[in-house]
Ligand binder design. Sequence first.
Ligand code: ATP
Ligand code: MG
Length: 198
Amino acid sequence: MRADKFNKTMASQKSQVDAGITRASQEQSVFVFLTGDGKGKTTSGFGMVFRALGYGQKVAVVQFIKGTQASGEELLLRNCYPEVPLIQMGTGFTWDTQNHAADKLAAERTWLEAERLLQSPTLDLLLLDELTYMLAYQFLDEDTVLDALRKRSPQLSVVVTGRGGGTALRELADTVSEVKNIKHAYASGVKARQGVDY
Ligand code: ATP
Ligand code: MG
């Protein structure tokens, strides 16, 4: 691109960006929903957790599905931020346990913790990792979950991750990003890798 054309494009972009910034003047917490079938939802959620920690904000994490293998982000939180609440459902993947009643009970128990955190008047950011599956398997009642998200403490931003989740969750969220699977190394036989996949 020629220099004069580049400068003109940048000037027009700047006025658009400035107008956007002026328009977005509301100060309020946000509900971010990260969904889709591609890789990058949980890591993005944890990215926001670490971003908030960078400002000394108060954060908490609830993980509704957790594999038997600890993830790097979990280890980092436990080792460097032991004060951050990290609640895990701890039943492993549902296809491992194959015990509907036990999984439902575990989901309900974990949800109680999430509900408590959603009411915290001091928390800045709450990650509810893989919450969507609890709705898909009907371990949790959708209206109860949506209501708790809607009525959360006003300063609290929430990140929900997971595939699916349904229309109502998408409608309630302020920011929705869908990670689309173009391809994944696993499908061509590459083993899940420490620091990349967990
Ligand atoms: P990540 O934890 O890497 O951010 P994610 O949260 O987007 O991934 P999940 O559906 O929660 O994805 O799956 C977690 C694990 O499955 C990760 O190890 C991830 O690399 C892997 N994974 C994610 N998407 C795919 C896919 N489309 N095919 C195969 N494996 C996948
Ligand atoms: Mg995930």
